[in-house]
Design a protein around this ligand. Structure first.
Ligand SMILES: *[C@@H]1O[C@H](CO)[C@@H](O)[C@H](O)[C@H]1NC(C)=O
Length: 217
């Protein structure tokens, strides 16, 4: 009797453990290749008919190609998310390639739906993220080739080249559609503009600075 109660207890503990370590959502089919002709579903893309799926639906060419960093930030992100690779649909994972010129920065941004784990393949890269308030701790590190850094979901972060040559990184993100919110564009480049008095009070600066910032975005 006592041992059967013990057994039931043990099973309950095991089940609790298993359920706590499972990902939140496991797909209910092997795959659900995004159907680009039928994207009208509520959360993600509808599945392509499995009979019409081919190997190419799980395949992407081109991450060896360097991004063009001739832009004001000196950086380029090449995404491989569900839009570029339909086979990622419902699987909760995607990738990007990041190229940063020697003077460049991947400006402050956040991924609302994904944690990012980045591997530096070439160069020397300063990375940082800021924790939520009230502490707003800046967690910062310089990476060299082969180093890995993780940016927790939702936190504002950046990457900056601190070497003499181009920096190249590959990152994995825990969503097939991680999204990106660029802080500057969201705050100073919204359409329509955020009302000036809101920005003036939010940043505790005068109107002329807000106008100058808006002109840049
Ligand atoms: C890179 O981008 C710049 C600015 O848009 C453009 O002038 C240049 O032709 C591009 N270079 C290549 C190799 O595509």
């Amino acid at each position: 009797m006592a041992s059967s109660i013990l057994l039931v207890g043990l099973v309950a503990v095991c089940l609790a453990f298993v359920s706590s370590v499972q990902p939140a959502e496991i797909p209910l089919q092997d795959f659900c290749v995004a159907d680009s002709k039928n994207s009208a579903s509520g959360n993600g893309f509808a599945c392509k008919n499995p009979k019409t799926v081919t190997a190419d639906d799980f395949f992407f060419i081109g991450l060896h190609i360097a991004g063009n960093t001739s832009n004001p930030a000196g950086s380029k992100v090449t995404p491989v998310s569900v839009v570029q690779l339909p086979g990622l649909n419902t699987l909760g994972i995607s990738m990007v390639r990041l190229d940063i010129a020697p003077w460049g920065v991947n400006p402050l941004h956040t991924h609302p739906r994904a944690t990012e784990v980045l591997t530096l393949l070439e160069g020397s890269l300063e990375v940082g993220f800021v924790t939520s308030g009230p502490e707003n701790w800046l967690v910062r590190k310089v990476l060299k080739k082969g180093d890995i850094f993780v940016f927790p979901v939702g936190l504002v972060h950046y990457q900056r080249n601190v070497g003499y040559g181009n920096a190249v990184a590959i990152a994995a993100l825990s969503s097939e559609n991680p999204g990106v919110i660029k802080v500057g564009n969201a705050v100073f480049g919204s359409k329509p503009d955020i009302p000036h008095d809101v920005l003036v009070k939010s940043f505790q600066v005068d109107q002329t600075i807000i106008t100058r910032m808006q002109a840049k975005f």
